[in-house]
Write a protein that binds this ligand. Structure first.
Ligand SMILES: O=C(CO)[C@@H](O)[C@H](O)COP(=O)(O)O
Ligand SMILES: [Co+2]
Length: 214
């Protein structure tokens, strides 16, 4: 079954704790935490302290999407905060293999992330080393953007590569995901759908999660 990872970037930050517990009750599979440093992407959001704050409130896996210039500097802090999965952008990390190994050595699952214009071939050499590959379906930095359909080709290519090589890697998609675009991503081979606005900006989160899951 397709997993749903609501992004807390779309939450009311003054009620973050309640938001996380409500998402768990509404049927979320993972909690997606968007970390932005003001360099890799223009906005600054939050860091490991946010994970530390929400960790005691949920038993769901905490899925951290690092949009930072130096992901390797963040590994220890997120491990100590209780993150389950740490994903790094291929565009931000020259020493991708080393950083993936360091994340796994720290006891977390490791993910690699591709921007919409980055060829899928760039992550193929490390796919046997990771637990997850995240295809961005918008340019990173902001919630509430429009889904970029050309990314579906990358999702299908990743699906084919993973199946052909019989790898245990989940394909996650992130950005502009709603009921319609979520269906296209599932059909292209995605396993995990991140959705911010399409869940948190509605009045019935459980219904939104059910419908996006399909
Ligand atoms: O990583 C990001 C944005 O950079 C995402 O996780 C967004 O937070 C998703 O928000 P919606 O597009 O679903 O509103
Ligand atoms: Co994200």
């Amino acid at each position: 079954m397709t997993k749903i990872a609501p992004s807390i970037l779309a939450a009311d930050f003054s009620r973050m704790g309640e938001c996380v517990t409500s998402l768990e009750k509404a049927g979320a599979d993972w909690i997606h935490v968007d970390v932005m440093d003001g360099h890799f992407v223009p906005p600054v959001t939050f860091g490991a302290q946010m994970v530390e704050a929400i960790r005691p409130l949920t038993s769901l896996p905490i899925d951290v999407h690092l949009m930072v210039e130096k992901p390797s500097n963040q590994i220890a802090a997120f491990q100590q905060a209780g993150a389950d999965l740490l994903s790094v952008h291929v565009e931000a990390e020259v020493h991708l293999h080393r950083t993936i190994t360091a994340i796994k050595d720290a006891g977390m699952k490791a993910g690699v992330v591709l921007n919409p214009a980055t060829p899928a071939a760039l992550v193929e050499p490390v796919l046997s080393e990771v637990d997850l590959v995240l295809q961005m379906t918008v340019n990173p930095g902001y919630g509430g953007q429009t889904f970029i359909s050309s990314t579906l080709k990358n999702i299908a290519r990743l699906r084919q590569f993973i199946d052909e090589h019989q790898l245990k890697v989940e394909i996650q998609v992130d950005g502009g995901v709603d009921v319609d675009t979520g269906r296209l991503c599932r059909e292209a081979g995605a396993d995990v759908l991140v959705a911010g606005s399409a869940i948190l900006k509605t009045s019935d989160w459980a219904k939104a999660i059910r419908h996006i899951r399909g």
